[in-house]
Design a protein around this ligand. Sequence first.
Ligand SMILES: NC(=O)c1ccc[n+]([C@@H]2O[C@H](COP(=O)([O-])OP(=O)(O)OC[C@H]3O[C@@H](n4cnc5c(N)ncnc54)[C@H](OP(=O)(O)O)[C@@H]3O)[C@@H](O)[C@H]2O)c1
Length: 258
Amino acid sequence: MGIAIVTGASSGMGVSYVRALAQEAGVEEIWALARREEALLALQAQLAKPLRSIRLDLSEPDAPSRFQALLERERPKIDYLVNNAGFGKFCGLGELTMEQALSMVDVNCRALTGLCLAALPYLSAGARIVNMASAASFQPLPYMELYAASKAFVRSFTRGLNRELRPLGATATAVCPYWVRTPFFQVAHAHEGAARITKYEVLYDPDRVVAQALRDAKRGRDMSVYGLWNKTQHLLVKLLPQSLVMELWLRRQGLPRA
Ligand SMILES: NC(=O)c1ccc[n+]([C@@H]2O[C@H](COP(=O)([O-])OP(=O)(O)OC[C@H]3O[C@@H](n4cnc5c(N)ncnc54)[C@H](OP(=O)(O)O)[C@@H]3O)[C@@H](O)[C@H]2O)c1
């Protein structure tokens, strides 16, 4: 019996991960991390399994070392580490404050890296690391280029890590969802600039994306790409020049082009 750790457990797909992992026979306790502790406590009340709520702002510079110190104190056996916390902003780079921009890198990339590193000594044989990337990682996306680049980091980092962990019996999976129906969009549109990205062809169900992610993680896959539209787009952007993909994206969203 081991524990499952889920970041960003207060909302959206984080809640789906916690609920799904609570059904796993081998998981004895879930550690749920987020800033909004009241949301974690509300989730705790709905679960049959013990949930430990941990308030942690992953944009803070010392967040990874605080997590590491917690592991050193508790020395748990980790069966799942789900680095799900993350956010994007849908606007031009110049419409972001310095804090918003760098915090995106801190949460999406820096903290995720630090949590993986801190967890390594405590991974059980057969442990699964699940890192949330995005379909945005497949190509550069103007007006959300920083978010797309942060997720490209997660995808590349995770696929490489998977090959490194496999001989040890553990795996890492980069989850690359298309648009998913969660509060992500409220956060993405909360900025000073105009609403730039407004057209979403498909909005997938968070529980389904997460169920597929956990199936793919158990199979040891280095990527999880849920949905026919998503898979088709993934294939197309591998075949087309990235300049053309960006042009099509700008046209589709009605964004300025040179
Ligand atoms: N929804 C989509 O269309 C979509 C598509 C592809 C990939 N993704 C990725 O999927 C993951 C989950 O997103 P979601 O759609 O479920 O969005 P969400 O509902 O907005 O959830 C984001 C979670 O991240 C946590 N978080 C954000 N900033 C944090 C910080 N500084 N410190 C600690 N936790 C923080 C939030 O918790 P608190 O606010 O309580 O801290 C929240 O629980 C993200 O990595 C996102 O980039 C989403």
